[in-house]
Design a protein around this ligand. Structure first.
Ligand code: G3H
Ligand code: 13P
Ligand code: ZN
Length: 351
């Protein structure tokens, strides 16, 4: 199965009312675990790499790992996506390395810290769409600012993100602004801010309608009934995974993520791409810690990385099933990037 664009996957997901998990990857075991799980349940999948992941693994290695692992699973349609591209140049370099989709995150300026205003965001996203569509790649844009509705803190993780206090109004995606952003940029998918944030510490307790504003998503959906929405910061941070980490020497503060049933509610309101990184990190770390606790004499990486791979595969499998993606791999028609470029160009000419 060729590596496909985000557009093809999300159009299919919208047609059949399900969502596709977008898992962040940095290394071989993560890629293998995700694809093994996708194959086991016959689900399409999105593998995404942040800028940090690209520089950690190296573009050439990461792209080759994804492509070669994908070759082993010819029945799994896979999209290779740049997560949180900070500039047009980052998005273009991802495409040059074989990514079929990019996120231009213009909610922040290129330094990854300073807020980007509407005009800045629209201008860099529109430019990215113009270039990406010419070569058949898809684009995700974002409007609103991820961060906690409890504390008003913009979120910064690993040096990426606005550090400071934002109003509830700033934090939530505004329906009117979302509608004009989609119209002004031509993005294929839109990331929205409704109170989720990256990392393990999203909420101080199980979220409710005040802290996770699903009602806001409903309003946005009212303005954009045909847009594919993306939910960032969508790890559920399961207690069971936290327990494995903490009972094997790890330290975590009280942590609450987005419960899977809330993600299911978002899927019913048009979320088609669900971003998950933290849960994989927890699954991997917990499994490795457990091996070290049980067998402190162990030093063969295959022993603990093998356990980590199993734990991640089991998490992925559960997410494919709960998001309704299982069983949909075979229904997806895969087009070449050239064909996608032709379609995008024809759409622009018609507009
Ligand atoms: O966007 C956030 C993801 O969790 C990626 O994190 O930049 O540490 O790779 P990262
Ligand atoms: P989590 O930290 O909730 O896994 O979110 C990941 C994400 O949104 C990547 O873009
Ligand atoms: Zn994100």
């Amino acid at each position: 199965m060729p590596i496909v664009t985000l557009r093809e996957l999300l159009d299919h997901a919208a047609e059949h009312d399900y969502a596709i998990p977008a898992f962040n990857v940095n290394n071989m075991e993560q890629i293998q675990a995700i694809l093994e799980a996708a194959n086991a349940v016959s689900a399409p999948v999105i593998l995404q790499a942040s800028r940090g992941a690209r520089s950690y693994a190296g573009d050439t290695v990461l792209a080759a790992l994804i492509r070669s692992t994908s070759n082993m699973y010819p029945n799994v349609p896979l999209c290779m996506h740049q997560d949180h591209g900070n500039s047009v140049a980052t998005c273009v370099s991802a495409i040059r390395h074989g990514f079929t989709s990019v996120m231009m995150d213009g909610t922040l300026q290129a330094d990854g810290k300073t807020l980007g205003d509407y005009d800045y965001n629209t201008s860099v996203t529109r430019e990215t769409v113009k270039i990406a569509h010419m070569v058949g790649a898809s684009v995700e844009g974002e409007i609103g600012h991820l961060g906690s509705l409890e504390t008003g803190q913009g979120e910064a993780e690993d040096g990426h993100g606005f550090e400071g206090t934002l109003t509830r109004d700033d934090l939530l995606t505004k329906p009117d602004e979302a509608a004009s952003f989609v119209r002004d940029t031509g993005v294929d998918a839109l990331a929205i801010a409704i109170g989720t944030s990256h990392g393990a510490y999203k909420f101080s307790r199980k979220p409710d309608g005040e802290t996770l504003a699903i009602a806001q998503l409903e309003k946005i959906r009212g303005r954009l009934p045909d847009t594919h929405f993306v939910l960032h910061g969508a790890s559920s941070v399961p207690e069971s995974l936290q327990d494995i980490v903490t009972s094997n020497g790890g330290e975590l503060r009280p942590a609450f993520g987005v419960p899977v049933e809330e993600i299911e509610a978002c899927i019913r309101l048009g979320v088609r791409k669900v971003n998950i990184d933290t849960d994989l990190r927890l699954a991997m770390t917990g499994a490795i810690r457990r091996v070290f606790t049980k067998t402190p004499e162990e030093f063969d990486p295959r022993k603990y990385l093998g356990e980590a791979r199993k734990a991640m595969a089991s998490l992925c499998r559960e997410r494919f099933e709960r998001f309704g993606a299982a069983g949909h791999a075979r229904g997806i028609t895969c087009l070449s990037m050239d064909e996608m470029a032709r379609r995008y160009t024809a759409k622009t000419a018609d507009a």
